[in-house]
Design a protein around this ligand. Structure first.
Ligand SMILES: N[C@@H](CCC(=O)N[C@@H](CS)C(=O)NCC(=O)O)C(=O)O
Length: 383
């Protein structure tokens, strides 16, 4: 909303409880600890996302309007759409968090999707109020994005990429053309590993397991080179903005290189020791102790990955900087790598690439696949 309205802002990130205690100065200001929170021009903290959005709309009347003004029919519809978002929240979690009566959860979600499909057609699409984005879209998409991801992962239920709800597909496609939306767009992997620690259990049905294996890259294929192209109909995860391997690999390499020392240190948590204060989110261990004695090897391994991203693995392997692997410890400042400790470090990093925190989805899948290329080459050599 801030980006669409072009309101200047500063973001202060506060972690969710499942990633460790929140900063005490934040808790002093907001005793419930709930996010989001707005401080408008140094004023008191304001909570509740809907209240925040309505306030921003009122306080910045000269910026792009996102709520219909005047026409009472439109205002009524806007309120209806706000209620529809709450229905989405409860029908989605009613199914996702249930391990019994899967059929009922599915029927409710299908009915909800039919209603949303109809609402998107009222003004001719692609958005709820026609060709311009509004707060109805902005308010709906964060939960909808999570619904789409988690129902594919846990239930094998595809909302997008099937042609069953074309107005919903067109709505996501229109959003995925907007840099304002892409700045917050996560991938299915991120959502499906972020949601359970925050919300409690989400439950699999039998149809979910094979899809989850694909999303997690555990099927031996989906996180490996060569990656299939991305499009509005690619499954399990469509992305209408598509991919562009030369640009995506460059973005992944830039993100890796820009912060290479911290990234190498982070990867070495994969062979380090668990932290003294573990947290409840399985992929997170903010106090973990990295095995820094392997820093030179981790640094060299990540240089190989960056080089492979920049020139492609085939060209790299015929260049003078080809990845060479030995079965035993290299002696001296070798240009070769051994499997240990780099295999677990590469896997640790691969599983913790955050979208969009670290890079966009098309770049993240490239980095994951190139880290797998490294790990697979090392595994082949030590096997
Ligand atoms: N109705 C509130 C809900 C706020 C809420 O539940 N926020 C969650 C995140 S979406 C939260 O901050 N949970 C605390 C935590 O997990 O640390 C709103 O719309 O702002």
């Amino acid at each position: 909303m801030l980006e669409e309205k072009q309101i200047p802002y500063i973001v202060e990130k506060i972690n969710m409880r499942c990633y460790g205690p929140k900063p005490p100065d934040f808790m002093a200001k907001v005793p419930t600890g709930l996010l989001p929170v707005l401080e408008l021009d140094g004023g008191p903290p304001i909570t509740e996302s809907l209240r925040i959005m309505v306030l921003l709309e009122q306080e910045f009347p000269d910026h792009k309007p996102l709520v219909p003004r005047g026409n009472s029919q439109e205002v009524q519809r806007w309120e209806q759409l706000m209620r529809l978002e709450r229905r989405l929240f409860s029908d989605w979690l009613g199914w996702a968090c249930s391990d019994w009566n899967q059929a009922m959860g599915k029927v409710r979600c299908e009915a909800l999707l039919d209603t949303i499909e109809k609402e998107l057609k009222v003004a001719g699409g692609p958005f709820f109020f026609g060709k311009d984005i509004s707060l109805a879209d902005i308010n709906m998409v964060p939960m909808f994005e999570r619904m789409v991801a988690s129902l594919a992962y846990y239930k094998g239920f595809f909302i997008r990429g099937t042609g069953r709800w074309p107005a919903i597909e067109a709505w996501f496609a229109a959003l995925e053309q907007r840099p304002t939306y892409l700045g917050t767009h996560s991938d299915y992997y991120q959502h499906c590993h972020d949601l359970p620690p925050q919300m409690g259990g989400l439950y699999f049905s039998d149809e979910g397991y094979p899809v989850a294996a694909q999303i997690d890259g555990m099927d031996g294929q989906s996180w490996r080179l060569p990656l299939p192209p991305l499009s509005a109909t690619s499954l399990p995860e469509p992305f209408s903005a598509g991919d562009s391997p030369p640009v995506d690999t460059l973005e992944a390499a830039a993100s890796l290189i820009k912060n290479h020392e911290a990234v190498a240190r982070f990867a070495l948590r994969g062979v380090g020791k668990p932290g003294p204060r573990p947290v409840s989110a399985p992929l997170s261990d903010p106090t973990a102790i990295p095995a820094l004695e392997h820093m030179a090897a981790a640094d060299m391994a990540l240089r190989h990955v960056a080089h492979a991203l920049l020139v492609g693995v085939d060209e790299k392997q015929v260049s003078e900087h080809a990845l060479q692997v030995t079965a035993s410890e290299p002696s001296g400042p070798a240009a070769e790598l051994t499997g240990m400790p780099i295999i677990p470090a590469a896997a640790y990093l691969r599983d913790r690439i955050g979208v969009p925190r670290d890079m966009r989805f098309p770049a993240a899948r490239q980095l994951r696949a190139h880290l797998n290329w490294l790990a697979d080459s090392l595994v082949a050599a030590v096997a």
